[in-house]
Design a protein around this ligand. Structure first.
Ligand code: SAM
Ligand code: DTB
Ligand code: SF4
Length: 332
C-alpha cells in the first residue's frame, strides 16, 4: 500500500510530471489500484444556485461582475427548485449533488438558512451534498456540518506565486484559511485548480504539492482545464493540450493516493480517448449532466456510452459513513 505523505517537494512532483508518459501512467495506475477499485467512476452533478454578478475578479470566471460576459445574473434559487433538480440528478445516476454560488463569501441570515435547507433536502434524497459558496466563517462551516454537508469545494486554483496574476480581490492565504475551517468542522474538503491560464508547470506542481501537504489531504481534487469564456481576461488562452491534463491527473493521483481525482471543466473539448487516458491516469470522478455551472458539459448519453464501452462502473456511496462501493451503470 502506498503511504500518504505530507512532505512532498515541488522538485519531486515535477520529476513525476516530466516522466516518460507511459512510465507516469504505470506509476499512477499502480497507486490507483492500491486505493481504489480499478473500474469505477463517481458521477457528480453540478447546479449553479446563484449565478453571476460576483464581486471577485477571478480572471477565468464568467461569473465575475468585473468582466463583461454574456451571462445573465440570477438570484438565489428556491429550495423546491433545487431539490427537484437534485432528484432528477439522482434519477439519472448521480450520487453527489454539488451546489455552487457566485459569492465572495457565504451570506448570513435568510439566504444562508435557505442553503442549509437545500443541503438537508439533498441528503434526505440519499445523495452526497457538496457546496461551494466562497469563504466561510467557523460558525458557517459548523452550521453546514450540522445540516449534513458531505463536502465543501474551495479551490486553490493555482500556485501561491501565480495567484496574484489571476485574482486580486482575495489572497491564497484566505483560501487556505477557509479550507482549514471546513476541515476543522469535520466536512470533507474538495480542493483543486485550473490549468491552462498561462501558469508554468512549476505552478501546477506547486499547487498539487500544497494540496498533498494538507493534513488530512483533500477528499476530492477537481482538475479543471480552463474554459476560455468570451469577455473574461483569459478569453484568448489557447486550449490545454490533453496530454498535459493526463499528466496532471496522474501526478495528482500519485501525490494524493486516496483522493477522488475529478476530471472537471474542459471535458467537452476532450476526445473519448483523452478522457480514457485520464481515467487510466487515476481520474475517478466526473461532472455528469449537460451543464457545469454556466458552461457546457458532455451530453449524459455520450458519457454513459463512454463508460459502458470502456467497461467502467458507477461508484455509489456505501451504506453508512465512509467507504464506497461499486454499482452498475444507471439505466438510460
Ligand atoms: N464562488 C465560489 C468560489 O470561487 O470558490 C464558488 C464557485 S467558483 C465558479 C468554483 C470554481 O470553478 C473555481 O474555483 C474555479 O476553479 C472553477 N472555474 C470557474 N470558472 C472556470 C473556467 N472558466 N474554467 C475552468 N474552471 C473554472
Ligand atoms: C470545480 O473545480 N469545477 C466546478 C466545481 N468545482 C464547482 C466548476 C467549473 C465551472 C466551469 C465554468 C462554468 O461552468 O461556469
Ligand atoms: Fe466569484 Fe467564484 Fe467566479 Fe471567483 S470563481 S468570480 S469567487 S464565482
Amino acid at each position: 500500500m502506498t503511504a500518504i505523505r505530507h512532505d512532498w517537494t515541488v522538485a519531486e512532483a515535477r520529476a513525476l510530471y516530466d516522466l516518460p508518459l507511459l512510465e507516469l501512467l504505470y506509476r499512477a495506475q499502480t497507486v490507483h489500484r492500491d486505493h481504489h477499485p480499478p473500474d469505477a467512476v463517481q458521477l457528480c452533478t453540478l447546479l449553479s444556485i446563484k449565478t453571476g454578478a460576483c464581486s471577485e475578479d477571478c480572471a477565468y470566471c464568467p461569473q465575475s461582475g468585473h468582466h463583461d460576459t454574456e451571462l445573465e445574473p440570477e438570484r438565489l434559487l428556491g429550495v423546491d427548485e433545487v431539490l427537484a433538480k437534485a432528484k432528477r440528478a439522482k434519477e439519472s445516476g448521480a450520487t453527489r449533488f454539488c451546489m455552487g454560488a457566485a459569492w465572495r463569501d457565504a451570506r448570513t441570515g435568510a439566504p444562508f438558512e435557505q442553503v442549509l435547507q437545500m443541503v438537508r433536502g439533498v441528503r434526505a434524497l440519499g445523495l452526497e451534498a457538496c457546496c461551494t459558496l466562497g469563504m466561510l466563517t467557523d460558525e458557517q462551516a459548523q452550521a453546514l456540518a450540522e445540516a449534513g454537508l458531505t463536502a465543501y469545494n474551495h479551490n486553490l486554483d493555482t500556485s501561491r506565486e501565480f495567484y496574484g496574476e489571476i485574482i486580486t480581490t482575495r489572497t491564497f492565504e484566505e483560501r487556505l484559511q477557509t479550507i482549514r475551517r471546513v476541515s476543522d468542522a469535520g466536512i470533507s474538503v474538495c480542493a483543486g485548480g485550473i490549468i491552462g491560464m498561462g501558469e508554468s508547470d512549476g505552478d501546477r506542481m506547486a499547487m498539487l504539492v500544497t494540496l498533498a501537504n494538507l493534513d488530512p489531504q483533500p477528499e476530492s481534487v477537481p482538475i479543471n482545464a480552463l474554459v476560455a469564456v468570451k469577455g473574461t481576461p483569459l478569453e484568448d488562452q489557447p486550449p490545454v493540450d490533453p496530454i498535459e491534463l493526463v499528466r496532471m491527473c496522474a501526478t495528482a493521483r500519485i501525490l494524493l493516493p486516496r483522493a477522488m481525482v475529478r476530471l472537471s471543466a474542459g471535458r467537452s473539448r476532450l476526445s473519448r480517448e483523452a478522457q480514457l487516458l485520464c481515467f487510466m491516469a487515476g481520474a475517478n470522478s466526473i461532472f455528469y449532466g449537460d451543464k457545469l455551472l454556466t458552461t457546457g458539459n458532455p451530453d449524459v448519453r455520450d458519457d454513459m456510452a463512454l463508460l459502458a464501452e470502456a467497461g467502467l462502473r458507477a461508484l455509489v456511496p456505501a451504506a453508512g459513513e465512509g467507504g464506497k462501493s461499486v454499482g452498475p451503470l444507471p439505466a438510460e
